[in-house]
Every structure is written in structure tokens, then in C-alpha cells.
Design a protein around this ligand. Structure first.
Ligand SMILES: *[C@@H]1O[C@H](CO)[C@@H](O)[C@H](O)[C@H]1NC(C)=O
Ligand SMILES: *[C@@H]1O[C@H](CO)[C@@H](O)[C@H](O)[C@H]1NC(C)=O
Ligand SMILES: *[C@@H]1O[C@H](CO)[C@@H](O)[C@H](O)[C@H]1NC(C)=O
Ligand SMILES: *[C@@H]1O[C@H](CO)[C@@H](O)[C@H](O)[C@H]1NC(C)=O
Ligand SMILES: *[C@@H]1O[C@H](CO)[C@@H](O)[C@H](O)[C@H]1NC(C)=O
Ligand SMILES: *[C@@H]1O[C@H](CO)[C@@H](O)[C@H](O)[C@H]1NC(C)=O
Ligand SMILES: *[C@@H]1O[C@H](CO)[C@@H](O)[C@H](O)[C@H]1NC(C)=O
Ligand SMILES: *[C@@H]1O[C@H](CO)[C@@H](O)[C@H](O)[C@H]1NC(C)=O
Ligand SMILES: *[C@@H]1O[C@H](CO)[C@@H](O)[C@H](O)[C@H]1NC(C)=O
Ligand SMILES: *[C@@H]1O[C@H](CO)[C@@H](O)[C@H](O)[C@H]1NC(C)=O
Length: 766
């Protein structure tokens, strides 16, 4: 996600501070014996409490280095071999010296429409002049000004698309509508942001194809509400998905009724739904299955040790970072370090709270995944998106995306070993960031992203995770795919850009809740999975609900109905990321008309980030999974305390990753709420002392009831909030108002449901 690198709240809660020093790394093998082969166990089995990763950057992690630190004075600059060309990506691509612009070849313009041959030479100048007149017209509302200007922009995009970026640059300078996003001045910023290869050509695509007919066209309103950040021009009301629509979506009324009936049968006792095979160790005892979940690494290969980490504009810890209260501008020449007197906070070798992950931190996390699992390779891994750094649009390029994918996937392969990695596209894993084009657009617009989907296809095969046939889908499903890695389990990965509010291509065809066809495909896959009796894990990036501020209403409203229909029998779990925080969402029957636990149908886990941006601690998570039901039996969360990072180089120490909590031990006591009207009212018979049954999975029933338990025991919300930022000393406590709001977010799996909650308490990052 794009977090505002602005506010720094004073440090607090000294009690939370856990300075990381030392720690032992004794390899310890988890006891898999003594388990009843037919009964899933749930005993806390996390193999190790902590692991201290090597202090030195692993020299064998890459083919070579353009630069390798002697100690901790700089970050390494690895030579990453591009699987496409067999050659290393150039040093300049990801070194600390920042590019002014992406390569010109990144620009993909729409084809001109009819009449373009006869368009006047000075069309761009006329249109700019007429837009200026519209903006000066006091009789028009801001919303009308915006929509009327878009209409003129559309004329230009249809007749002379290559002139669109120039007009955007000029208007940007004239009306100062683009605040500086980095350490360059406003004029230069306008020139770079709207250059063809940055956002200019893409905006020409959107102008060309959005429907702008009539007074208040839906597409136009979406664009203008985005431009005005929801003020001055309202977002259109969400579409109504009526019974006719929904019957049609699931085939017909009778087909839909059948799905609902079959799924409801299993709700009675989900534990009997065994689609996989018991997994026995040498002694014939049932083994659990361990899955690592990482999210939002956001590796910053341009991280410069010693740069300004408390910068006032743009991305911090960079050659061009500065804090305007202490320095008049970036250090000159580029790449020199600021004078300590002109720097508010030093960029540390292991990373900072306001910066993305340097190579040292990203690699420490990847290196620790197997040791933290007791030196046993995990059985598989989930990656819920966002590998690429947060940055000004003109620092992101197709090649930077491919470099990041190549280096992270190669490293995952090296350190995770046998288990495949199932990875979803995040909004930052494209160039430009946040964007993916729907398939109905003309081929050149759709193909502007082929380099990305094809790169993933190539890498998933090269790492040995996919067959060629499986990988083929990746190129035609926006980076998504549907695969069955084990008997009875299916993993369906979706590109959540199509429900992300900042993907500008979503402003084309806004009266269609599924303009990309992605939800149609997901539904068809689920229909087939249901027929085959599989259990499905849906993997994506942007959350579909929580406070409703990140996703779009229409696609997530439809997604919610899909989840309702195929849960709990077919959809076992949903894994997402994006917010950088440890969160979850419960989905209820009938569009949450009642949020009583008995109506809970599905849960999505929102996996916390590896990047410490902003003010959170780096995180690694594991699921203990029953190999017969593919249900999550427990979550083990680990983290590294970034507060202690500055001290480590002096002590020649690497990062200590320590156990934060097990979900079952932390949240599994329901004694305060079990007897409530909103309680289980079903087959769940709690164990002694009010504990969640040892044999029951951590399914939607568990997570819904946790929200009712939190109402009775607000101290649980304190714990949850501490864990949301993984013991970060920057996390503010959650008061009563916040507790009420967050309980509401937890019960909100779509944007329209989340937006009904009190706003302003979604994040611990401020
Ligand atoms: C690491 O784990 C060991 C063994 O459980 C424990 O003694 C030690 O205190 C832990 N260290 C940290 C930093 O948590
Ligand atoms: C710009 O406005 C002028 C004056 O209203 C009009 O004659 C001209 O056709 C407009 N040009 C375009 C491209 O809309
Ligand atoms: C803005 O920055 C550019 C490039 O660094 C420079 O050429 C230009 O003179 C600057 N303009 C102002 C007004 O400072
Ligand atoms: C219209 O936009 C201008 C410029 O951004 C702003 O100053 C003004 O307050 C807006 N008016 C309304 C009614 O929102
Ligand atoms: C900029 O520096 C000042 C003075 O050290 C500091 O108070 C402020 O927090 C810094 N800004 C940021 C965004 O870190
Ligand atoms: C650094 O700080 C000093 C003292 O406040 C100031 O005189 C100088 O101009 C600053 N240098 C830069 C590059 O801003
Ligand atoms: C809008 O959606 C419809 C229906 O899916 C499709 O036929 C049409 O091509 C789309 N328009 C654009 C500009 O993508
Ligand atoms: C969760 O598991 C319990 C215990 O097996 C079961 O009774 C309940 O129906 C399950 N809930 C869902 C939503 O699958
Ligand atoms: C669960 O919490 C209650 C108090 O809320 C306590 O009495 C009970 O002992 C706890 N159960 C277990 C197994 O710790
Ligand atoms: C679900 O509820 C939300 C919030 O009230 C509403 O906006 C949406 O239209 C509803 N969806 C359906 C399919 O009824």
C-alpha cells in the first residue's frame, strides 16, 4: 500500500520495547510423534521460539555482486540474472543513483481513432486553452469542471493520443495539482510524473476508453472522485446486484439454490470434510502441514545506508532524501551522504520504520523461514503480493519490476527449498504501480502488461513450482492461476488490482462489477472445484473489506456474494495482504444481514508485511494445516524488533526473529462470550475452561466469535492492536471508540460493508 510517509508520532509504551540482543539458534526438530493419526491436533507446536540470522549478507545468495559490503557500511548490490536474457540486470537499474525517468519504451499509447488524420495541428493547445477556460468558469461546480475537462481530454486522446502527456504536464504546472512526490521541484515533478513512459501514456488510454457520454457519466464520476479524493465529486452509489443478476451469475436460480444447499450441508460439521490424505510420518503418525505466509516485502534495492530516514517528501533512505526542517535540498552530488547535522535520522543497515526493506532485511527474512520452522523446509509458501518498492512513479519501470520478481523468487527458491511458492500480484508489482488493464480493451492496452505476466509465467516454471501447462494461465489471467498442488486442495490466485481503488483502468466500464472478467473466472473455477469436491484457498493482495477504504465497492460486493455461495464447504481460506498489518475479515451469510457467529461462513487472513514501512515490525507467519481438510489449525507469528536495528552492526549481530503469538493460545478462550445470543448456537462444544476445541480448525466461526469475546474482554483488543504492528513501539493504544470501530472492521468483508463502520481506526501506522 502507499502509506503517507509523513506523521511521526512520538515514541510510547516503553513496556512494549523488546530490544533484540543475542538469542540462540539451536536447531530443534518438532515432535511429530504421539499424534493420533485420525485426529487433527492443535497443540502449540511452533518448533522454535526465535532464530538469529547471520549478520553477514549471504555471499552465495547471488551469482555475484556489483558491490558487496565489507561490514555494514553499505547495502549489497547483487548481480541478478534475468531468466529472459540469461544476462545480469544492469547495476544502474537498481543502484542508489536514481533514474530521472523509466525508459521511453515503457510508454504504451492507445491507437488514434477515426478522424485523426484531419485533426488540427494545434489541437492540444486548443484543448489546453479550453480546459483552462472551464476551470475558470465560476458557474460550474468542481465536479462539472472535472467531467467537462475529461471530455476534452478524450477528444485529444482519440485524435492525437501522443499529445496527451504534454497537456497533462502543462496543466499540472499551471494548476499545481500534483504535489511534489519526491525531492525534485514542482515543475520537474510535473514533467516526470506525466511523461509518456511514467503515467502520461496510461492516462491517455483511460481517457480514450472511459465512457464519458452524458452529464454525469459513471466512469467520469469515478475518475473525478479519484482526482478529488472523494470530495467535490461524489463516487457513484454502489450498483445493486439484484436476485436476477445473482441467479444469472451462478448459472440460474435452480443452480444457485443447489450450490447454497450443498454448501450449507457441510456447515453442520466441517471437520468431516476431508478431501486430502492423511500424511503419516515414518512411525505412522499423522503429520501437520506447515505453510509459510509472507507479504509485502517491498525490497528497496536503492536503499542508501547513511541517507535521511526521516525525509519530508518521497521515499526515505535514498540518495535524494532530505528533511526540509534541517536541509534545503537533497545532498549534492547524488549519492553523497548528508551531513549528520542536516539529517533527522540515519538510514540504518538493517532498515528503518519509514523506509522499505533494504536487501539485508529482505534476505534475513527469507533466510530465516526454514530455521524458524525447526530447520525443516516448509511444505509450501504463500506470498500475498507487493515485492517492489514504494516509489515516485518515475522511478518505477518494467525492468525494475522484473528485477525484483527475479531476485525475490530466486531467493525464495534457494531458502525455502522443496516447497512451491504460490504468489499473487500486488498493486506495486506492476509498472506503473497499481495498474492492470482489463481484457476487453484493445490489444495494445492489454498487452502493455504482458512483460509482467510473461515474466511470472517464466519464473514459476524456472523455479520448478509450476508445469508449463499450469504456468500458461498466468499470462492470460493477469498473473493469476488455478492449480492443485495436493490431492483435494486447489489454490486460486487472483489479481486484486481489479478491486483496488487506485487502478485507473477500473474507471473504464464502471457499471460492470467485473469488467476484467476475473470474478467470472474465479466463479467458474469454484463451480468446478465444488463438483470435484476440492477445498479451495483463494490468494490475493488487496483486502476486500476491513474499513472499506482500499477496495472498490462493486467488485468486492460481488466477491462477497461469491464467497458466501462457496463457503464453508469449498472455500477453506482466503489469504490477502496489502495493509502491512495483521488483520482479518469475517464473511457472513446473506450479505451479513446478521453478523451473529452462527452465520459466519468464511474468513480472510490479512498477512502482515516484511517491510517496516510505516512504523511496523517485519514479520514472518506460519500456518499449521490439517492435510486432510486443508483447514488452518493454528497461526504462528514471528517478527524482528526494528527498534533495535541501530545497535546491531556495533555488536556484529544479525536480526533475531522471535515468536510473537500463536492464534489458538492467544485467542482460543471463549469463556466470556460462549453463552451469548450471538454465540455459537451450533455444534461447537468448547473444551474445558472455555477453550476452542483442540480438534477444531481456526475457521470463520472462531474468528467471528473472537469479535464477540473482544466485546466482553476489551483487553483482547489491546493484544490484537499490539500484534497488528508486531510489538512496534510506534503503535498507539486502541481506546473504546477504536475498539468498537475495529470490531466492526473485522466483520466487514466488502467495501460497502466496511464503509458503514465508524472511520479512522483502521491502521496503527500513523
Ligand atoms: C530465544 O529463545 C530461547 C530459548 O527459548 C530463550 O531462552 C531466549 O530468551 C530467546 N531470546 C529472545 C531474544 O527472545
Ligand atoms: C475551444 O473553444 C472554442 C471557443 O469556445 C471553440 O471554438 C473550439 O472549437 C474549442 N476547441 C475544441 C478542440 O474543443
Ligand atoms: C527544477 O529542477 C530542475 C531539474 O533539477 C531544474 O532544471 C530547474 O531549474 C528547477 N527549477 C526551479 C524553478 O528550481
Ligand atoms: C474546488 O476546487 C478548488 C481548487 O482545488 C478548491 O479550492 C475549492 O474549495 C473547491 N470547491 C469546492 C466546492 O469543493
Ligand atoms: C524532520 O526533522 C525534524 C527535526 O529533527 C523531526 O522532528 C521530524 O520528525 C522529521 N520529519 C520526519 C517526517 O521524520
Ligand atoms: C545544514 O545545516 C546547516 C546548519 O543548520 C545549514 O547552515 C546548512 O545550510 C545546511 N545544509 C544544507 C545542504 O541544507
Ligand atoms: C465494457 O464492457 C463490455 C462488456 O463486458 C465490453 O463488451 C466492452 O468492450 C467494454 N468496454 C471497454 C471500453 O472496455
Ligand atoms: C468451524 O468448525 C466448527 C468445529 O468443527 C464447526 O462446527 C463449524 O461449523 C465450522 N464453521 C465453519 C464456518 O466452517
Ligand atoms: C479462560 O478464561 C477464563 C476467564 O475468562 C478462565 O477462568 C479460564 O481458566 C480460562 N481457560 C483456560 C483453559 O485457561
Ligand atoms: C450488501 O450490503 C451492502 C452494504 O449495505 C450493500 O451496499 C450491497 O448492495 C449489498 N449487496 C447485495 C448483493 O445485496
Amino acid at each position: 500500500m502507499r502509506t503517507s510517509a509523513s506523521l511521526l508520532v512520538g515514541s510510547l509504551a516503553a513496556a512494549l520495547l523488546l530490544f533484540v540482543v543475542g538469542g540462540s539458534a539451536s536447531p530443534f526438530y518438532p515432535p511429530h510423534h504421539h499424534l493420533d493419526p485420525r485426529t487433527p491436533t492443535s497443540r502449540a507446536i511452533h518448533p522454535v521460539d526465535n532464530f538469529t540470522a547471520p549478520a553477514r549478507f549471504p555471499k552465495d545468495a547471488f551469482e555475484g555482486f556489483y558491490s558487496y559490503p565489507k561490514a555494514f557500511e553499505t547495502e549489497p548490490r547483487p548481480k541478478v540474472i534475468d531468466a529472459k536474457t540469461g544476462k545480469p540486470f544492469p547495476d544502474l537499474l537498481a543502484g542508489p543513483i536514481l533514474p530521472n525517468l523509466p525508459p521511453a519504451s515503457d510508454a504504451v499509447f492507445p491507437k488514434p481513432g477515426p478522424g485523426s488524420k484531419n485533426a488540427p495541428e494545434d489541437l492540444a493547445a486548443q484543448i489546453q486553452k479550453n480546459i483552462t477556460a472551464i476551470i475558470a468558469d465560476a458557474s460550474l461546480s468542481n465536479c462539472s469542471k472535472c467531467i467537462n475537462s475529461l471530455k476534452l481530454g478524450q477528444q485529444l486522446a482519440a485524435l492525437k493520443p501522443r499529445d496527451v502527456p504534454g497537456v497533462l504536464q502543462n496543466l499540472c504546472k499551471q494548476f499545481k495539482y500534483s504535489p511534489a512526490t519526491t525531492a525534485v521541484n514542482a515543475t520537474e515533478n510535473c514533467n516526470r510524473v506525466y511523461a509518456p513512459q511514467t503515467l502520461g501514456a496510461m492516462y491517455a488510454q483511460v481517457l480514450r476508453y472511459a465512457d464519458l457520454e452524458g452529464d454525469m457519466p459513471s466512469d467520469g464520476q469515478y475518475i473525478c472522485s479519484y482526482v478529488y479524493k472523494n470530495k467535490a465529486c461524489p463516487t457513484p452509489a454502489p450498483l445493486t446486484l439484484d436476485q436476477n443478476f445473482l441467479n444469472g451469475w451462478f448459472g440460474s436460480k435452480s443452480k444457485r439454490d443447489e450450490i447454497v444447499k450443498r454448501e450449507a450441508l457441510v456447515h453442520e460439521d466441517e471437520a468431516h470434510k476431508r478431501t486430502g490424505e492423511a500424511w503419516l510420518d515414518k512411525r505412522g503418525n499423522k503429520k501437520m502441514f506447515r505453510v509459510a505466509h509472507l507479504s509485502d516485502i517491498h525490497v528497496d534495492p536503492r536503499f542508501l545506508v547513511g541517507a535521511e530516514a526521516g525525509c519530508t517528501t518521497g521515499q526515505c533512505c535514498r540518495a535524494d532524501s532530505f528533511n526540509s526542517t534541517l536541509a534545503s535540498g537533497p545532498p549534492m552530488p547524488q549519492g553523497t551522504l548528508p551531513n549528520p547535522a542536516n539529517r533527522s535520522q540515519e538510514a540504518y543497515y538493517w532498515g528503518n520504520y519509514k523506509c522499505d526493506a533494504p536487501w539485508s532485511l529482505a534476505m534475513s527474512a527469507l533466510q530465516s523461514v526454514t530455521p524458524l520452522n525447526g530447520e525443516r523446509e516448509v511444505d509450501m509458501s504463500l506470498y500475498t503480493g507487493d515485492m517492489v518498492v514504494h516509489d515516485a512513479p518515475f522511478h518505477i519501470s518494467d525492468d525494475l519490476v522484473r528485477y525484483t520478481q527475479q531476485s525475490i523468487f530466486d531467493s525464495m527458491k534457494r531458502y525455502f527449498g522443496k516447497g512451491p511458492v504460490f504468489s499473487a500480484i500486488g498493486n506495486h508489482d506492476t509498472a506503473p504501480s497499481d495498474s492492470s488493464a482489463p481484457r476487453d480493451l484493445p490489444p495494445e492496452a492489454v498487452n502493455a502488461f504482458s512483460y509482467d505476466w510473461e515474466n511470472l509465467q517464466r519464473l514459476f516454471v524456472a523455479e520448478g513450482w509450476f508445469t508449463h501447462k499450469e504456468a500458461k494461465q498466468v499470462a492470460t489471467h493477469y498473473g493469476g492461476y488455478s492449480v492443485s498442488p495436493r490431492k483435494g486442495l486447489r489454490i486460486i490466485t487472483v489479481n486484486s488490482d481489479f478491486w483496488y481503488k487506485s487502478n485507473v483502468y477500473n474507471f473504464i466500464n464502471t457499471t460492470n462489477p467485473d469488467a476484467s472478467g476475473m470474478l467470472r473466472w474465479l466463479t467458474d473455477e469454484l463451480i468446478q472445484s465444488e463438483a470435484r469436491g476440492e477445498r479451495v484457498w483463494i490468494v490475493g493482495h488487496v483486502l476486500t473489506g476491513w474499513d472499506g477504504t482500499n477496495p472498490l465497492a462493486n467488485p468486492t460486493n460481488l466477491f462477497y456474494q461469491i464467497v458466501d455461495h462457496f463457503s464453508p464447504k469449498t472455500i477453506a481460506h482466503i489469504f490477502l495482504g496489502h495493509t502491512h498489518e495483521d488483520q482479518f475479515n469475517v464473511f457472513y451469510a446473506n450479505n451479513a444481514s446478521s453478523k451473529a457467529t452462527v452465520n459466519a461462513k468464511a474468513v480472510s487472513f490479512i498477512g502482515p508485511s516484511v517491510t517496516p514501512l510505516t512504523n511496523v515490525n517485519p514479520s514472518i507467519r506460519y500456518y499449521t494445516v490439517d492435510p486432510e481438510t486443508y483447514s488452518v489449525m493454528d497461526i504462528d507469528q514471528y517478527y524482528a524488533q526494528a527498534q533495535g536495528f541501530p545497535e546491531l552492526p556495533k555488536a556484529q549481530q544479525g536480526l533475531t526473529w522471535q515468536h510473537l503469538y500463536s492464534a489458538r493460545s492467544t485467542y482460543g478462550n471463549f469463556s466470556a462470550s460462549a453463552a451469548d445470543a450471538n454465540g455459537f448456537a451450533g455444534p461447537v462444544k468448547l473444551d474445558a475452561g472455555g477453550m476452542w476445541p483442540a480438534a477444531a480448525p481456526l475457521n470463520a466461526t472462531f474468528w467471528s466469535q473472537l469479535t464477540y469475546e473482544m466485546e466482553k474482554r476489551p483487553e483482547l483488543m489491546k493484544t490484537f492492536t499490539t500484534y497488528q504492528g508486531r510489538n512496534s513501539p510506534k503503535t498507539k493504544p486502541c481506546n473504546d471508540e477504536c475498539t468498537t470501530a475495529k470490531i466492526c472492521y473485522m466483520r466487514s468483508g466488502s467495501a460497502p460493508i466496511g464503509l458503514q463502520c465508524p472511520q479512522g481506526f483502521g491502521s496503527v501506522q500513523s
